[in-house]
Design a binder for this molecule. Structure first.
Ligand code: 5GP
Length: 292
């Protein structure tokens, strides 16, 4: 056995300083992975020029991804035929590719915008809240498609995309909606792609939709925050609905009946807010997406 080289005290303290620095680099990398700030591909790139990262064990790295832990990390390594003691620098090309498939966009998930769904009975003031939020610039507010006819003050492509029945059918068949529902004799749907694009760009997205649609969103995107807007009182809601000059008497009566059923659904939602003052509701919704 060759005798290990004797280190001078100066060499020993230099080696110690190097390993302390390497540990610090690895701890910082793991903390950033845990916080969702670094993706696997970013780390593999960093490892090219950083010895401390290159020498990190793959298992140790995987464990620091949110929701992974020791057991899952080892299971992933086993599945991908990677030794549990393998270091990043020792990964083969196909092992890297397989790992990247396993950890595709965890960072993207952390950097994605938040999806907020604002719902509640018709007449409660959702669209006013949505309008103020759009103007605030804090939210990207989705524009829905609908088969109902445009009100005199509404603009196609701004308030809604006004679709014919056939256009709506086609959009449903082509799975272009994130959700859609019938409401008071018309159909309403949220175009999926613009919502996904905005979320991917890190924007906070607001959907102002009725309750059946909100439930569909929760099924498809469980991370969505569902907010139920309540009227200060039933009388207030009635007077708001009756004060709407834009609806026919039949439509208003149907909306009142629906509103009663809708109010009973508040329990399904993550948060309920009473719409006493629009500014308060708006401030609350902004705080939901700006908290980190
Ligand atoms: P209005 O006809 O008064 O503009 O809207 C009627 C109802 O449809 C409101 O409760 C509104 O929130 C809801 N709504 C608007 N767009 C959508 C949508 O894309 N999907 C669903 N499910 N409801 C919507």
């Amino acid at each position: 056995m060759p005798t290990p080289p004797q280190l001078t005290p100066a060499q020993r303290s230099a080696a110690l300083a190097k390993s302390t620095a390497a540990r610090q680099v690895r701890a910082a990398i793991k903390a950033r992975v845990k916080a969702g700030e670094l993706s696997l591909s970013a780390i593999l790139t960093l490892a090219v020029n950083d010895e401390a990262i290159a020498k990190m064990r793959v298992a140790e790295l995987l464990e620091s991804f949110a929701g992974v832990g020791k057991v899952r990390a080892l299971a992933i390594l086993e599945k991908l035929n990677i030794s549990p003691t393998r270091r990043i620098q020792g990964l083969g090309v196909s092992q890297r590719e397989n790992l990247l498939k396993e950890f595709p966009d965890r960072v993207a998930a952390a950097q994605r915008g938040k999806l907020l769904v604002l719902s509640g009975p018709g007449g409660v003031g959702k669209s006013t809240v949505a309008k103020v939020l759009r103007e605030s610039g804090e939210f990207w507010v989705s524009i829905s498609a609908t088969t109902r006819t445009a009100r005199h003050n509404e603009v196609d492509g701004v308030d809604y995309f006004f679709y014919t029945d056939e256009e709506f059918d086609n959009a449903v068949k082509s799975a272009l909606f994130l959700e859609w529902a019938n409401f008071a004799g018309a159909r309403y749907g949220t175009p999926r792609k613009p919502v996904e694009d905005a979320l991917r760009d890190g924007k906070s997205v607001l959907l102002e939709i009725e309750i059946a649609g909100a439930k569909q969103v929760k099924e498809r995107a469980p991370e969505a925050v569902l907010v139920f807007l309540e009227p200060p009182s039933w009388e207030e809601l009635v007077s708001r609905l009756e004060g709407r000059g834009t609806d026919s008497p039949e439509r208003r009566a149907a909306r009142l009946e629906l509103a009663q059923e809708e109010l009973a659904q508040a329990g399904f939602f993550d948060i309920s807010l009473v719409n006493e003052r629009v500014e308060e509701v708006v401030a609350h919704l902004i705080s939901l997406v700006t908290q980190r």
